[in-house]
Design a protein around this ligand. Structure first.
Ligand SMILES: N[C@@H](CCC(=O)N[C@@H](CS)C(=O)NCC(=O)O)C(=O)O
Length: 216
C-alpha cells in the first residue's frame, strides 16, 4: 500500500506545480503503484491532517512501513527502494545525496525568492529593488550549475537519479517567466528530465484530479 495525500484542487497558477508531483514522479520512475488521498483547503487545517503535516501542507505519504511529510524526504525514501532512482554503490549514493540537498538548499531558496516575489508580491513598492538583488543571486547559482552540467546529461553517475528529479522540479519553476531559457544548458537538462515518460504520467495524474474538481 502506498498513498499520497494531495489537494483535490488548486488555483490555475499552481496546477502542475503542487509538490505531490515530485512524489508521484518518483513513484512512477520506481514503478511503484500508489493511490491518492485527496483533501481540500479546509481539511488541511484540521487536526487529523496537522498530525501528519504540521505546516498544513501537502504532500503526505504513507506505505506499509512509514508515514512521512516533506516531498524531498519522501522522494529519497522512495529512491532508497528503487535502483531506477538511486545507484547501489556507496560513493554514487553520496553524490546523489549531495545533489539532492544542493537542489533544495543551494538552488531552490534563490528560485523561490524570485518566483515567490513575482507571484505574491508583484507591484509592492519594494518588489522591484528586491527582485534585482534576488535575480543577481539566482543568476550566480544558475551559472555555477550550468558550468557543472557542461558536457553532462545528468548531475552525477552518468544517469538519471532522484537528485535530477529534485533539481528538475526546482528548475522548471523558472520556465514560467523565461529565466530558464537564458541558460540553454539548464533548459536542455530540465527538458531532458521532464521529458521522461514517468514525469508525464505524474503530471497527468495531478492535472486530472484538478480537472475533476474544478469549482463550478
Ligand atoms: N517543503 C514542503 C513544502 C510543501 C508545500 O509548499 N506545499 C504547498 C503546495 S506545493 C502547500 O500545501 N501549501 C499550502 C499552504 O502552505 O497553506 C515540501 O516539499 O513538502
Amino acid at each position: 500500500m502506498r498513498e499520497v495525500t494531495a489537494y483535490n484542487w488548486v488555483p490555475e497558477f499552481a496546477q502542475g506545480f503542487v509538490k505531490d508531483l515530485r512524489v508521484r514522479w518518483a513513484l512512477e520512475e520506481a514503478g511503484m503503484p500508489y493511490t491518492d488521498r485527496l483533501i481540500d483547503h479546509e481539511q488541511k487545517l484540521q487536526p487529523e491532517h496537522l498530525a501528519r503535516q504540521p505546516f498544513a501542507q501537502v504532500p503526505v505519504y504513507r506505505d506499509d512501513r512509514v508515514e512521512m511529510f516533506e516531498s524531498a524526504a519522501i522522494v529519497m525514501h522512495v529512491a532508497q527502494g528503487s535502483d531506477a532512482l538511486m545507484p547501489r554503490e556507496a560513493a554514487a549514493q553520496a553524490w546523489v545525496m549531495s545533489w539532492a540537498f544542493a537542489a533544495l538548499n543551494s538552488i531552490e531558496p534563490h528560485v523561490m525568492n524570485v518566483t515567490g516575489t513575482q507571484l505574491f508580491n508583484a507591484g509592492k513598492p519594494w518588489a522591484e529593488g528586491y527582485l534585482k538583488s534576488a535575480r543577481g543571486m539566482l543568476d550566480m547559482r544558475l551559472n555555477q550549475l550550468s558550468g557543472w552540467l557542461n558536457g553532462r546529461d545528468y548531475l552525477e553517475a552518468g544517469r538519471f537519479t532522484a537528485a535530477d528529479l529534485l533539481m528538475a522540479s526546482v528548475l522548471r519553476e523558472l520556465k514560467r517567466d523565461g529565466t530558464l531559457a537564458q541558460f540553454p544548458a539548464l533548459e536542455a537538462y530540465c527538458d531532458r528530465c521532464i521529458g521522461r515518460p514517468a514525469f508525464k504520467r505524474a503530471i497527468d495524474a495531478q492535472l486530472k484530479v484538478f480537472a475533476a474538481h474544478e469549482p463550478a
